[in-house]
Design a protein around this ligand. Structure first.
Ligand SMILES: *Cc1c(COP(=O)(O)O)cnc(C)c1O
Length: 341
């Protein structure tokens, strides 16, 4: 199957910048296990982009990045507060609990997938006795699994609540670039300046093959994190192939350009399907996701026409727009939705 689809931003290939960087890194021999020039340059590029001297690590995928970051922030008897729609809760097969040796995820019921200071307080003030796993970390997803955004004010309010209760704040930024492009704010403003302690910055959904970055803004939290990565099988021996694409993505601005393109494609698609009878937009389109409530027969007809989409996330039909979202295919999908009602 080669047709351009919107089932997942992971259906897309590797963007030209990442591809070229891998080719460049492929010339000659280089030191292994991250002791190479590319890894140094990528780490420095992150520190430059974020305007702070953070600790930078790379993992193969987002599940590992999230799980290992959370594990670094707590002991096995601690707990992690998340939304019930969070990827760590619903889509990581228990990896956060596994890599933390049992830290419990406390999933707050949230209608829009977002955490609030009230929801966080509900967990920290509810039980303070020794029989309950002590809350130590809050994790938020920016943008959320259903394509919603936390405003800077909302992130700041959450981090203030975290400070009040001695909790660390982790951000799952599998689509961090899309959030920056949509809010028009700097990476610093949306992370450490807003009180985020650790950020998992997604490269894969931004157009790379692999290689999620883990940024520790409080350097002391990264103690021994290199050992944790190695033990988890996440230390790439040829690290330069994870790092080099980041150098090009960050230095050329491609990370933001690709995300802005994806966001615009999602907005265009939403505008094309809006008002079609039997089609309901489930959430405001704030990043690169469009969730539609579609009648089962409409879904069946779309599938018969060869369209792929997921229905197990957010309770509707999900359409994701990637760095290479094609306007012709976007229009074709919208036409099939219109024709199929
Ligand atoms: C895609 C995604 C991840 C990472 O998933 P992997 O398949 O492990 O790379 C993490 N969080 C969110 C919100 C995601 O959408």
């Amino acid at each position: 199957m080669t047709a351009h689809q919107f089932a997942s931003d992971n259906y897309a290939g590797i963007c030209p910048e990442a591809w070229a960087a891998m080719a460049e890194a492929n010339a000659g021999h280089h030191p292994a296990y991250g002791d190479d020039e590319w890894t140094q340059r990528a780490s420095d590029a992150f520190r430059g982009l974020f305007g702070t001297d953070c600790e930078v690590f790379f993992a193969f995928n987002g599940t590992a990045a999230n799980s290992l970051a959370l594990a670094a922030l707590c002991q096995s008897y601690h707990s992690v507060i998340c939304s019930d729609a969070a990827h760590v809760e619903t889509d990581e097969c228990g990896a956060p609990e596994f890599f933390s040796n049992g830290s419990k995820l406390l999933a707050a019921r949230s209608p829009d997938g977002k955490l609030t200071p009230e929801l966080i307080r509900g967990f920290v003030t509810g039980r303070g006795d020794i029989h309950f796993p002590k809350p130590r970390v809050v994790t938020i997803t920016q943008p959320t699994e259903t394509g919603r955004l936390y405003s800077l004010e909302e992130i700041r309010a959450i981090s203030a609540t975290c400070r009040e209760h001695g909790l660390a704040l982790h951000m799952d930024g599998a689509r961090f670039a899309n959030a920056c492009a949509s809010l028009g704010c700097s990476p610093a403003e949306m992370s450490w300046r807003a009180g985020v302690d650790v950020l998992c910055f997604g490269g894969t959904k931004n157009g790379m093959a692999v290689g999620e970055a883990i940024l520790f803004f409080r350097r002391e939290l990264a103690e021994d994190f290199d050992y944790r990565c190695k033990q988890a099988g996440q230390l790439a021996s040829k690290m330069r192939f994870l790092a080099a694409p980041w150098v090009r993505m960050l230095e050329s601005g491609a990370w933001l350009r690709h995300a802005a393109h994806a966001n615009a494609a999602a907005r265009d698609f939403a505008a094309l399907v809006e008002g079609i009878p039997g089609v309901e937009l489930m959430f405001p389109v704030e990043a690169n996701a469009v969730f539609l409530r579609l009648a089962p027969e409409v879904q069946e007809r779309l599938r018969a026409k060869g369209w792929r989409f997921y229905t197990f996330i957010g309770g509707g039909a999900r359409f994701m727009f990637a760095w290479d979202a094609d306007p012709v295919r976007t229009a074709a999908l919208a036409a099939d939705i219109r024709g199929a009602e």
